[in-house]
Ligand binder design. Structure first.
Ligand code: BEZ
Length: 251
């Protein structure tokens, strides 16, 4: 799935993505100085964090807007453009890291993505990642679907939110051995009084495209209202995130 990222809105509303990603970094066990690729690096926060932790980190992303931001913010780090389902590298990495990216790739393109990750790694190299897991943001997407259909729009949902067993099978088929897998709920507080509607505006652009431009914000706000009882408490909106965190070794 391709998305036209609004890098400014992403930076303002979605800083939590990078913050949570720091916990995923702890799964890496390659030594200091090892070459680590941050796959889908976005604005580069976690690439910089990997470098700060002592690894020789580089970042790759498909979004020109996000990459331009990353290069401006962290000029000492190498960032390059690449699509996860087709990228190639000249020199293999000791580890590939990825946070909140793999669920953007359609299920039928996952084998190709994983084949390219495997090819980018040395044998014995580590692939450590977190992605949306089975049931991720299900309440938000269900409410949005209702509102889009109620306005006569078309609803499509292309995200891939697998569980441990489904993703382990894909990893093994691509030449990995799974060393760690955990599927867990992680309720995620959102910023602002319209936290869910703003989240929809950034993360559900493709779903919203099933409506004319002039109706999109109203649909997002109406979806948010549907969720007030379930996802709003003490003045804070919370997204119903479920994460899949895994570590696999290239064999
Ligand atoms: C996520 O990061 O969990 C996510 C991103 C887009 C849509 C749904 C969930």
């Amino acid at each position: 799935m391709n998305i036209d990222w609004d890098s400014k809105a992403y930076g303002e509303k979605c800083a939590f993505v990078g913050e949570y990603g720091k916990g995923v970094v702890d799964l890496l066990s390659v030594p200091p100085g090892a070459r680590v690729l941050d796959l889908g690096c976005g604005r580069g926060e976690l690439t910089a964090y990997l470098a700060q932790r002592g690894w020789d980190a580089e970042g790759m992303d498909a979004s020109k807007a996000q990459l331009a931001d990353a290069k401006r913010r962290f000029p000492e780090i190498v960032f390059f453009e690449g699509d996860i389902t087709s990228f190639e590298v000249e020199k293999r990495y000791d580890a590939v890291f990825s946070n909140a990216v793999l669920h953007w790739i359609d299920k039928d393109r996952q084998p190709s993505a994983l084949a390219h990750v495997r090819a980018a790694l040395k044998t014995g190299g580590e692939f450590v990642f977190e992605m949306g897991g089975k049931g991720n943001a299900a309440a938000i997407h269900a409410a949005l679907k209702e509102e889009i259909l109620a306005r006569g729009g078309t609803y499509r949902h292309d995200f891939f939110f697998p569980d441990e067993a489904e993703y382990s099978a894909l990893l093994e088929a691509a030449g990995f051995e799974v060393r760690y897998a955990s599927l867990f709920e992680r309720p995620t507080p959102l910023k602002g009084e319209d936290g869910v509607a703003d989240w929809i505006g950034v993360f559900a652009k493709n779903e919203l495209s099933g409506l004319p431009e002039g109706q999109r914000r109203a649909a997002a706000l109406a979806a948010q209202e549907r969720l007030r009882g379930a996802l709003f408490a003490d003045g804070i909106w919370t997204a119903d995130y479920v994460r899949l965190r895994m570590k696999a070794v290239a064999v």
